[in-house]
Design a protein around this ligand. Structure first.
Ligand SMILES: [Fe+2]
Ligand SMILES: [Fe+2]
Length: 180
């Protein structure tokens, strides 16, 4: 789309899309290392859920890359920030709640940048992805709340549960009980 490059708003849109892509890459790495730890601690179902969320973030990273390429940009492969070594479930769910909260706030700002630039395809993409991040955030918040209030009694429910996800599908669709 060579004409799009001449639009002064496109540079800002590309910056927003690439910043978002780097946030997705950070989340992918962060969630992958966490689900390995949850697996090692034998919290199978918590491990499976975070694995599915990591896969959602991979899809998001690809969607941002596709949009960047369609605007003649270069998708970044850099992570937005460092990866925090995972500890226990409470630390993991606290970190992830913060990560998703920041993501929703940032993507709302990026969607506004795209709208201002007159790029409704990019702002719509942000809006679709915000809706999915909101499902992740809800899950992390709810789980963290249970860990805080019920502690070991809540975590005991997950001890020795299966980590199998079945065919890899979207966490958002699993939560909505929809077919992929
Ligand atoms: Fe994401
Ligand atoms: Fe997310």
């Amino acid at each position: 789309m060579p004409q799009a490059k001449k639009d002064p708003g496109v540079k800002k849109v590309l910056e927003a899309l690439n910043q978002a892509r780097s946030m997705e890459l950070q989340a992918i790495h962060q969630y992958m290392i966490q689900h390995y730890v949850l697996d090692a601690l034998d919290y199978g179902q918590l491990c499976a859920n975070i694995k599915l969320i990591a896969v959602d973030e991979m899809r998001h990273a690809e969607k941002f890359a596709e949009r960047i390429e369609s605007l003649d940009g270069q998708p970044t492969c850099d992570k937005a920030g460092p990866i925090v070594p995972p500890q226990g479930p409470k630390e993991i769910f606290t970190l992830d709640t913060n990560l998703e909260t920041n993501t929703v706030a940032a993507y709302n700002k990026f969607a506004a940048v795209c709208r201002q630039a007159g790029d409704s395809l990019s702002s719509n993409l942000f809006e679709q992805i915000i809706a999915e991040e909101d499902v992740h955030l809800g899950y992390y918040q709810e789980t963290l709340e249970h860990i805080k209030t019920l502690g070991d009694a809540f975590l005991a429910k997950y001890a020795a549960t299966s980590k199998h996800t079945g065919p890899i599908k979207s966490f958002v669709k699993v939560m909505a009980k929809e077919d992929f």
